[in-house]
Design a protein around this ligand. Structure first.
Ligand code: DGY
Length: 324
């Protein structure tokens, strides 16, 4: 059996496949695969282990019907045209659960980095601009006791809420499609409307997936409804906020700061003005990037591949979610 991986993958998943007798062909080049590359690389393979790269679209999948599975090394599946995959009979799988802590930790890190202008202060030192300090210089804001608003209180959002409650005794608000009674009980979280979430949050952290409904949800209209002292955090998907509107909101003082692990587009260009704003902290989509988490993700993705190759039900199918 043969599997193509779009990147060099973490060792645990690789070893699991190899020990099961699978021949793994990894894309080792540091350039993006084109549509033609993908078709060529996958034409004699049994499965695709997708660890990043170009959108898995219908034109590719029309040439990939022979694949027993496209196994994603991610919990998000917005990089795949699920409708086309399902219509063409291609199984898609993901890696849920194991990256909740690492991703929530990234949101937590960004919240503090924004509140204390940490990335900006670091750049000042590098630029030889530590200079002459005064008691009114370099001021950030406190987080202790403030209100955290979670948009999307699922696995990752719940970990973020737990961290914020334990560390800073934050009051938790959330807005979801459905009530999360467990979190209400455990964290004293309060279910609110989207507008209430915008109006009441001191820190508003996004933990939902990118769908047609969530795309550009954080636009000028939304930022106008937030507190001028609010911090906006997005460690989910860059498409959920409108980056032009976010820049305007920050420049115009509609909100205080922003922490992004995800941008739109990715990679973000180095001349993006957001990168030089004092109350902005940006990371290059590293939410799940810890040794432990990436190994766990690669193991789950490999288990999905093996199940498909052996004709067993895959543990983490996502095709059925396309109509949601
Ligand atoms: C995910 O799993 O969706 C993450 O964003 C990948 O890093």
């Amino acid at each position: 059996m043969k599997v193509f991986t779009t990147r060099v993958i973490p060792e645990e998943g690789l070893l699991l496949l190899q020990r099961a007798g699978v021949t793994v062909k990894q894309w080792t080049e540091r350039k993006e695969l084109t549509l033609e590359d993908m078709i060529e690389q996958c034409k004699d393979q049994d499965a695709l282990f997708y660890a990043g790269g170009r959108h898995i679209d219908r034109p590719f999948m029309e040439h990939a019907r022979h694949l027993k599975v496209i196994s994603l090394l991610s919990v998000g599946y917005d990089n795949v045209d699920l409708k086309a995959a399902t219509e063409l009979g291609i199984q898609i799988t993901n890696t849920p659960g194991v990256l909740s802590n690492a991703t929530a930790d990234t949101a937590f890190l960004l919240m503090q980095a924004v509140a204390r202008k940490a990335f900006y202060q670091h750049k000042r030192i590098l630029n030889g601009d530590w200079g002459f300090s005064t008691p009114t210089a370099n001021l950030g804001i406190d987080i202790e006791g403030k209100t955290l608003g979670i948009w999307g209180l699922g696995n990752i959002g719940t970990v973020m809420a737990k961290r914020c409650k334990a560390a800073f005794d934050m009051k938790i608000l959330y807005c979801n499609r459905h009530r999360n009674k467990a979190a209400e009980k455990e964290l004293g979280a309060t279910f609110v409307s989207f507008d209430e979430l915008l109006a009441q949050s001191d820190v508003l952290s996004v933990h939902t997936s990118l769908t047609p409904e969530t795309k550009d949800k954080f636009n000028l209209e939304a930022f106008r409804k937030m507190k001028p002292t609010a911090i906006f955090i997005n460690a989910a998907r860059g498409g959920i906020h409108n980056e032009t509107d976010l820049l305007f909101a920050l420049q115009d003082g509609l909100i205080w700061g922003a922490g992004l692990d995800v941008t739109n587009p990715e990679p973000m260009q180095p001349d993006n003005p957001l990168l030089n704003m004092p109350t902005v902290a940006i990371l290059p989509h590293i939410g799940s990037a810890t040794v432990e988490t990436r190994n766990a993700m690669s193991r789950i993705a490999a288990e999905n591949v093996l199940a498909a190759l052996e004709g067993r039900p895959v543990p983490n199918p996502v095709n059925h979610l396309y109509s949601l």
